[in-house]
Each structure stands twice: as C-alpha cells, then as structure tokens.
Design a protein around this ligand. Structure first.
Ligand SMILES: Cc1cc2nc3c(=O)[nH]c(=O)nc-3n(C[C@H](O)[C@H](O)[C@H](O)COP(=O)(O)O)c2cc1C
Length: 302
C-alpha cells in the first residue's frame, strides 16, 4: 500500500475524529479488560482506572456517531468485569456507579457477550479429537496454565506437523527459536510486554521469525503472510498435542524490535513475526471469550 494511504488510514492517526479508528482503540482496551479476567493468578479489582477512561472515551465515540452495537458489546464486557471482581471481593462501587450512569444516560442495552468461559481439559481433549469442526472451535488463547512439565518432544512433534505449512512459492522462510532457559524466557516475555501476570507459567517461548532475504522488494508483506499462516498451524498443532498456548504480538516499534533482536542474537535479515507462549493445560481452566463477528458482517458473495 502507498505510504500516503497508510498514514491516512492507520488507527492511531486522528482517532478522536474518526469513529472507525476510535472503535479500534476501544476494542483493544475492552479486550484488555476481558483478558485480565482470564489470567490464572488474577489481580482482584484490577484495571479500574482503565475502565473509567474507557467509559469516558465511549462517550466521545457516541458523540462522533460511533456504532451503538459496539458500545453495547463493550458495556457487556464491562458489566461482566464488574460482577467478576465483585464476586472475588473487590470494592467496585465507584465503577458500578459510573457505569450505571453511563448506561442510563446513553440507553445502553447490554447482552451476554464477552467475559470468560470455564473449561475442563478432559472434556476438551475427548471432544476435540472427534473432528476438525470441534477441534478448531476448542482452541483458545491460554493465560491460565498449570506447572505440569511439558516434554520438549511434544513441541518437536508439533513442529514436525508444521513442516507441511504452505508458503508463497514454497519458500518456507520461517526461522524458529525455542527458548527454554528461565532467564532468556523472562527477558523475552518482559520485552514483549503483552503477557504480564501469566508469563511466569509458560514453559516455552517460541519466537517465529521470517527470513527477509527470501522476498523481493514488491512482496515484502509476504514475510508476514507466510509467517502468520505458519503461526496458526503451530497453534493448532500444539493444541492437538495437548500443549496450551497463546500468540503474543511482535508488533512493536522498530527500536523495541531491534532491542529484542540484539538481546536474543536474532540475525539482521530476520523479522520477528509472532511469539507463541506454551505451557500445560490446567485440569480446570478459564479463557477470555473474545466474541467473534458473524462472517456475514465482513463477507460479500459477488
Ligand atoms: C498476532 C497476535 C498477537 C497477540 N498478542 C497478544 C498479546 O500480546 N497478549 C495477549 O494476552 N494476547 C495476545 N493475542 C491473543 C488475542 O487476544 C486472541 O487471539 C484473540 O482475543 C482471540 O481469542 P482466542 O485466541 O482465544 O480465540 C494475540 C493474538 C494474535 C493473533
């Protein structure tokens, strides 16, 4: 895409004047609240200042003609967040008050979307082996791990399955680093920044990079396409072998990426695509719902 179009359309340029852009920011922040509930060692009463700010920006969003459905969905997550924390004994009075004012002022209609699901691993294992339909719907990003050791052989088996991942002209540009050493994992997870509160329980940090030397100038985005397809395959393969996992963004500023590459001795020609944290399933675990849109909302049959 031309640089000018990128500048015009990116989400963080002029977001308070463009409801579509502000929506992106609001979705990310609402999801952070939802994710917080799915962390195994949850911090009771977490995120109150963030929710107050979110309510403030939801008001701005409505003022610039944002979608009422989005507000309803985000408020449904906030509603679940309030009851979740109240059940754990947190003092949520201030938020509850602000939230109820916001909802009545704006005639918000909350629904059942968002929050967390509770699963039993034995049920998941038994059902997910039946067919791809059930298997694919049983994969979730895990932030609630047990400390049962995961043998490296399981990781190797998943990597073996992923050798069949398709790529542009079969270039197979991926380069994978499996960190097991506690110090190195800690360093990487801390630099990644998106796994605070649960990184301590992940036994492997799998950094997926793409080799830029396998692409020509006009197709540089292919390094992310090929890497993204590999990543999805690896997440499924790990889940198939009973390894709980979560994709963690490598979408950082260049300076941060450089630091990560330098600290971990990643060669210059390799681009970090995504980090996958892996560990053991708990017998009973929770996950963020991460409600999905119906495909008809973004699909055109022509
Ligand atoms: C590229 C990518 C980066 C992500 N980065 C993070 C992250 O830094 N921290 C986190 O907790 N979740 C992260 N996630 C997980 C998403 O929140 C999750 O995939 C999404 O909400 C859908 O939920 P599900 O994976 O449970 O189906 C990331 C997902 C992807 C695909």
């Amino acid at each position: 895409m031309e640089a000018i179009a990128c500048t015009k359309y990116i989400a963080d340029g002029n977001k308070f004047k463009d409801s579509e852009k502000l929506k992106t920011d609001l979705i990310i922040r609402a999801h952070a609240i939802e994710k917080g509930m799915s962390i195994g060692k949850v911090k009771i009463g977490f995120g109150q200042a963030k929710v107050i700010n979110l309510l403030k920006d939801l008001q701005t969003y409505l003022q610039i003609r944002g979608s009422k459905e989005t507000v309803n969905d985000i408020c449904s997550i906030i509603k679940k967040y309030i009851s979740f924390n109240k059940e754990l004994g947190a003092d949520m009075q201030k938020i509850e008050h602000l939230f109820s004012d916001f909802c009545s002022k704006n005639k918000v209609e909350t629904n059942e979307s968002g929050g967390i699901y509770y699963f039993n691993y034995e049920d998941i294992k038994e059902n997910s082996s039946k067919n791809f339909e059930i298997f694919s719907q049983s994969r979730f990003s895990i932030r609630d791990f047990s400390n049962k050791p995961i043998e490296i052989d399981l990781i190797k088996k998943a990597l073996k399955l992923c050798e069949r991942t398709p790529s542009a002209c079969n270039r197979q540009s991926w380069s994978i680093y499996i960190f097991q050493d506690e110090q190195q994992k800690k360093l990487l997870f801390n630099l990644q920044k998106g796994c605070n509160g649960f990184y301590q329980d992940m036994q492997y940090a799998i950094l997926l990079c793409g080799n830029l030397s396998r692409y020509n100038f006009h197709e540089l985005n292919q390094v992310y396409v090929d890497g993204g397809i590999y990543a999805m395959n690896l997440m499924y393969a790990l889940h198939f072998y009973g390894v709980a996992n979560i994709p963690l963004t490598m979408g950082h500023k260049q300076k941060q990426l450089k630091t990560i590459k330098n600290m971990l001795n990643i060669p210059d020609n390799e681009i970090p695509i995504v980090l996958i944290g892996a560990g053991a399933y708990k017998e009973n675990y929770k996950v963020a719902v991460s409600e999905r849109n119906d495909y008809s909302l973004y699909t055109k049959f022509i």
